[in-house]
Design a binder for this molecule. Structure first.
Ligand code: ADP
Ligand code: ZN
Length: 726
């Protein structure tokens, strides 16, 4: 028997299969899609079996497969096909596609596969009654041994609970045995039966979804309309039919609450996947799937690849989230993968959001997706009232961070023992540090970006490459003590908040406070328990969270996202502000939102104020139409990157000429220009944007370009279909 093996060698030049002999001992075990170790050049490396051949003739001496990496690691037929689709969509290598589809802990490099299994060891009494009696009679003085025996007569005990010397003594007499039992790190919780009466809107949505065939549905439901409950009802129906479900959520900060809801409802029928799990935890969760012990998988983006078979539904919550697109290779979008899988299984795909992406909404209105709407909040809860505050007027009153209105409202909530969420979409202490004397600004030597000051560590950091420098008292340029920091980050906001409201309990959630494992969860649980009055943070706190006591949301500076130079900045702003506003007043207590801005007349903000998605959508669509942007046009971005400035600028011109002569006249080719951040990590980046409605020649042209730079060590090409940022 022979096997064609795709080897794990991440260079496009060897992205092909090699044939190996399957040794006698492995013949019964080997399967298509299995990960194996094979000799290649002078090393032993990993590979995937993509085909099994009964016979094969070759003029070369073939080598043998060395071993199987893990019998659980099998990409089934569907996964192998999905891999090809992923490759076609993103132009990545085949091997990169398959690697993406397996959890990272299981991606071994050149080491032997590590055993991630976790065990508990128990002691069990095995001797019969007579033997035990005899032993006790003979060892009357061995108090500890006898005590242990008496305990073990009732039930087995954890090995760690009995002293090693006692264990040794009893074992020598063959009275006990040690049982090793594999356990899961993330453990089952008890189900809670809960009686829920669905709202009319929830009923209608549920009844409109046909579980027996493929269709993509958009559930457009305002914040707090009870979408999560709809997802759980759908999944419940699917499980009752004996099928499985995958649900994607955008970020870990969000998973805590949703996962708890699912544990409460479905008990241990849930496996979870996100980047904050340890390798061991991931391994365990994967095992639950392989052993068919769970019907439900909840996870972030890459969970769309979980090898659950017999799928009955796929749900993507907060479908508009940027996190569903991977921003490194392979640049896939989870929705594309979900559509592929839902077609493969002939099952519904559910996209849910309060603020659907324009692309999704356009498809829903055209009938490509089925449109379902939920307009009202659950029960007596109503959408919060939004007030826009003009910060230029406040500045004249010397209110730099908090407007009078926001201060007053915060005070009021603190007195009423209600909770507050404050959004500031910028971490760190201040945004720039400059010298008042000579004008020097701290910038990153490797990237063209200003450094952000972090006060707690007294250093300045580059948020792109991580470069860090200690802040000195004097200006590094003119040596005067005249450094000044401007701009506001979450760290400074926290400090100012404590100054302004000394008796309030404040907790901050951003990338800097959530580096440790479990810290997301801690913050959310503490806030939920009302150990804190105010939760402040970056966009991390904007989505999905459900705290009944939150009645005030303050948006400290609505302009940070509004002013981004990107055609999607209005859409992102609307979605972020609408989502964060949606955290207020979810339980029947009236919610209020104070939105601070220097652009009080801005159209997007006025739509946030009236919570009018359709008004925003219509207006923004007409902008996109005028400027030939998605969803009217598709976009592909091509970046050329090199350490050598001259070389990069020369190559990007070549790319431009190639595209000009190979693509049709109707296709718009913009650039070359410098990329939004021109230099990152000392690498210069130029970019070309291609806009097209239909361009049959594009895929071939991109493949050609990719091939040209494949083995060029000085110039890198980065192709991104439907980029999120341009
Ligand atoms: P969304 O995901 O649409 O923002 P959620 O699903 O979080 O909204 O629901 C908002 C709140 O309403 C949650 O606290 C949820 O438990 C509750 N809820 C949802 N459906 C019902 C229902 N039918 N009856 C009572 N409470 C419900
Ligand atoms: Zn940098």
């Amino acid at each position: 028997m022979y096997a064609e093996v795709l080897i794990e060698y991440n260079s496009k030049a060897v992205d092909k299969t090699f044939t190996y002999i399957v040794p006698e001992a492995l013949i019964s075990k080997i399967k298509k899609g299995m990960k194996v170790r094979v000799p290649f050049t002078n090393k032993i490396i990993n590979g995937f079996i993509v085909n099994i051949l009964p016979s094969y003739t070759s003029e070369y001496d073939l080598k043998e497969i060395e071993s199987i990496v893990d019998e659980y690691l099998v990409l089934n037929e569907e996964m192998l096909k999905l891999g090809s689709y992923l490759q076609e969509k993103t132009l990545c290598t085949k091997i990169a596609a398959y690697q993406t589809m397996l959890p990272s802990s299981l991606k071994v490099k050149d080491k032997k596969q590590k055993d991630y299994s976790k065990y508990l060891e128990y002691i069990e009494l095995i001797a019969d009654g007579n033997t035990i009696k005899e032993y006790i009679n003979k060892h009357k003085t061995a108090k500890k041994q006898i005590e242990a025996i008496n305990i073990l007569k009732i039930e087995r005990q954890l090995k760690s609970s009995i002293s090693p010397s006692v264990v040794k003594a009893l074992k020598e007499e063959n009275l006990i045995t040690i049982v090793k039992e594999q356990i899961y790190r993330i453990n089952k919780k008890e189900k809670e039966e809960e009686k829920i009466t669905l709202s009319k809107e929830q009923e209608n949505v549920l009844n409109a979804i046909d579980l027996t065939k493929q269709d993509t549905y958009l559930i457009h439901g305002v914040t707090g309309s009870g979408k999560t409950e709809v997802y759980m009802q759908l999944i419940d129906r699917v499980i009752k039919k004996g099928k499985n479900a995958i649900m994607l959520v955008p970020e870990i900060s969000l998973t805590t609450q949703i996962i708890n809801k699912f544990y409460d409802r479905f008990g241990n029928d849930v496996a979870i996947f996100h980047s904050a799990l340890s390798d061991g935890e991931k391994y365990d969760e994967y095992l639950k799937i392989y052993r068919k012990e769970v019907h439900i998988v909840i996870g972030t983006r890459s969970a769309i690849f979980t090898p659950l078979d017999n799928l009955g539904i796929i749900i993507i919550d907060e479908e508009h989230s940027d996190t569903y697109k991977q921003d490194s290779n392979p640049r896939y979008h989870a929705i594309d993968m979900a559509i592929f899988r839902s077609k493969y299984h002939n099952i519904p795909l559910i996209l849910g959001s309060a603020t659907p992406s324009l692309e999704t909404m356009a498809r829903a209105l055209k009938g490509v997706y089925k449109y379902l709407e939920m307009k009202k909040r659950i029960g007596s809860a109503i959408l919060p009232k939004v007030d826009i505050v003009d910060m230029s007027i406040e500045l004249k009153k010397r209110n730099v961070i908090f407007s009078s209105l926001l201060k007053e409202k915060i005070k009021e909530r603190l007195e009423k023992k209600e909770q507050i969420i404050l959004l500031l979409n910028r971490r760190g202490y201040s945004t720039v540090v400059t010298c008042k004397n000579c004008g020097y600004t701290y910038t990153c030597p490797y990237c063209d970006i200003a450094l952000t000051y972090h006060k707690s560590t007294n250093n300045l950091r580059c948020h792109y490459c991580g470069y860090t420098v200690i802040k000195s008292d004097m200006c590094p340029e003119c040596q005067e003590k005249s450094l000044d920091d401007r701009g506001l980050g979450t760290e400074k906001l926290e400090q100012e908040l404590k100054k302004e409201f000394p008796n309030s309990r404040v907790i901050r959630m951003d990338t800097d406070t959530t580096r440790n494992k479990g810290s997301h969860e801690d913050i959310i649980n503490h806030f939920k328990n009302h150990d804190y009055d105010i939760l402040l943070g970056t966009q991390m706190i904007s989505k999905g969270l459900d705290f009944p006591l939150v009645t005030l949301v303050g948006i400290i500076n609505a302009d940070t996202t509004l002013n981004m130079p990107d055609f999607r900045s209005a859409e992102r702003t609307f979605s972020l502000l609408n989502q964060v506003s949606g955290r207020a007043g979810r339980s029947g207590l009236l919610g209020e939102v104070i939105l601070q801005t220097f652009n009080p007349d801005n159209f997007t903000l006025s739509c946030v104020k009236t919570n009018d998605y359709m008004r925003f959508y219509t207006h923004e669509m007409s902008n996109r139409h005028k400027l030939n942007y998605p969803p009217y046009y598709y976009i592909t971005s091509i970046k050329i990157a090199s350490k050598e400035y001259e070389l990069a600028s020369k190559e990007i011109l070549k790319v431009k000429r190639y595209l000009d002569s190979n693509l049709s006249k109707e296709t718009i080719i913009l650039g070359p220009s410098t990329a939004a951040v021109f230099k990152i990590n000392n690498i210069y980046r130029f970019q070309i944007i291609i806009k097209y409605k239909r361009e049959p020649a594009l895929n071939n042209a991109l493949k050609k370009l990719d091939e040209i730079y494949m083995n060029n060590s000085k110039v890198n090409i980065e192709i991104d279909n439907n980029p999120l940022h341009v």
